[in-house]
Design a protein around this ligand. Structure first.
Ligand SMILES: NC(=O)c1ccc[n+]([C@@H]2O[C@H](COP(=O)([O-])OP(=O)(O)OC[C@H]3O[C@@H](n4cnc5c(N)ncnc54)[C@H](OP(=O)(O)O)[C@@H]3O)[C@@H](O)[C@H]2O)c1
Length: 277
């Protein structure tokens, strides 16, 4: 007796590039897209990190290749595109996830080189990678792009001025690309709140309890929370969505909009759900 055929998966037959996929949110996105059937090309600067991610993806049954290098290097971005085309003959999905939160500190102390580096990695690299994918495949065959922004791009905060300004620019870039690349290519972003990764370790190691208590969801994010949103946005289920920013923030924006700014989740629930409260 033959076994029944496997159900088709949402991203079967598609090839995806995920930058910054050696750990954290990028790694979770790569694994999630692979589970949905996509073949992967993953990147990060650390060669060992890329090798380890490729091995983990293959161990879960996915087709995976990797290219080590910095997204700040245009030659690396073209190499990533060529490697994906060589391996799979297509580049259907680009996830611009790699980013830097440096320089950290007041803007009056931001050195020109560090400021430029933030914009190169966080804003210019996503544009350059989409240009590569457009020229190699998407300009003729279509595709889907997701940029990973941040919920924090909507606020000002101490010491994160360069990061926040660059991510706000990335939000605009995402919308602009959506306008320019339709109807062939959909371009959206996700904006995470505080997620348990290396980049945000400084915050959640010191303040997880208070941050979680202030959120309507009562917890900080895990990389998989963001990965599932990205998987949906690049799938055909989101085929009428482009130029959108999807908050994946556990309700951070709701908290920020509350009168006290940091009302505990229980107070939010009382205020919004109890009649007359
Ligand atoms: N964690 C949060 O709370 C949070 C909140 C909002 C938004 N985000 C956004 O989520 C995305 C992922 O962040 P994360 O928290 O997962 O950070 P992470 O754990 O520090 O991971 C960053 C990944 O990007 C790679 N990377 C860093 N700079 C790179 C470069 N120049 N070229 C290529 N790869 C580079 C890192 O590997 P190598 O070091 O080996 O290059 C690593 O794989 C970022 O866009 C970040 O802004 C995070």
């Amino acid at each position: 007796m033959t076994s029944p055929p496997c159900a088709p998966r949402a991203l079967d037959g598609r090839a995806a590039v995920v930058t910054g996929a050696s750990r954290g949110i990028g790694r979770a996105i790569a694994e999630e897209l692979a589970r949905a059937g996509a073949a992967l090309c993953v990147t990060a600067r650390d060669t060992e990190g890329v090798r380890e991610t490729v091995a983990a993806l293959r161990a879960q049954g996915a087709d995976a290749v990797g290219v080590a290098g910095s997204v700040a290097d245009p030659a690396h971005l073209w190499e990533v595109t060529e490697r994906t085309m060589a391996a799979y003959g297509r580049v259907d999905i680009v996830v611009n996830n790699a980013a830097t939160n440096q320089p950290y500190g007041p803007l009056m102390e931001a050195e020109p080189d560090a400021w430029r580096a933030a914009f190169t990695v966080n804003v210019e690299a996503p544009l350059r990678l989409v240009q590569c994918a457009w020229r190699a495949w998407m300009g003729e065959h279509g595709g889907a792009v997701v940029t990973v922004c941040t919920e924090g791009a909507a606020h000002v905060g101490p010491n994160v001025g360069a990061y926040g300004t660059s991510k706000a620019a990335l939000l605009h870039l995402t919308a602009q690309l959506a306008g320019e690349l339709g109807p062939l290519v959909r371009v959206n972003s996700v904006s995470p709140g505080l997620v348990r990764t290396e980049m945000a370790r400084f915050v959640w190691e010191r303040a997880e309890e208070s941050v979680a208590a202030a959120l309507p969801t009562g917890r900080i994010g895990e990389p998989e929370d963001v990965a599932r949103a990205v998987r949906w946005l690049v799938s055909d289920e989101a085929s009428w969505i482009t130029g959108a920013d999807l908050l994946v923030d556990g309700g951070t924006r709701v908290r920020a909009a509350s009168p006290t700014g940091d009302a505990p989740a229980v107070q939010n629930r009382l205020r919004y759900h109890l009649p007359g409260s």
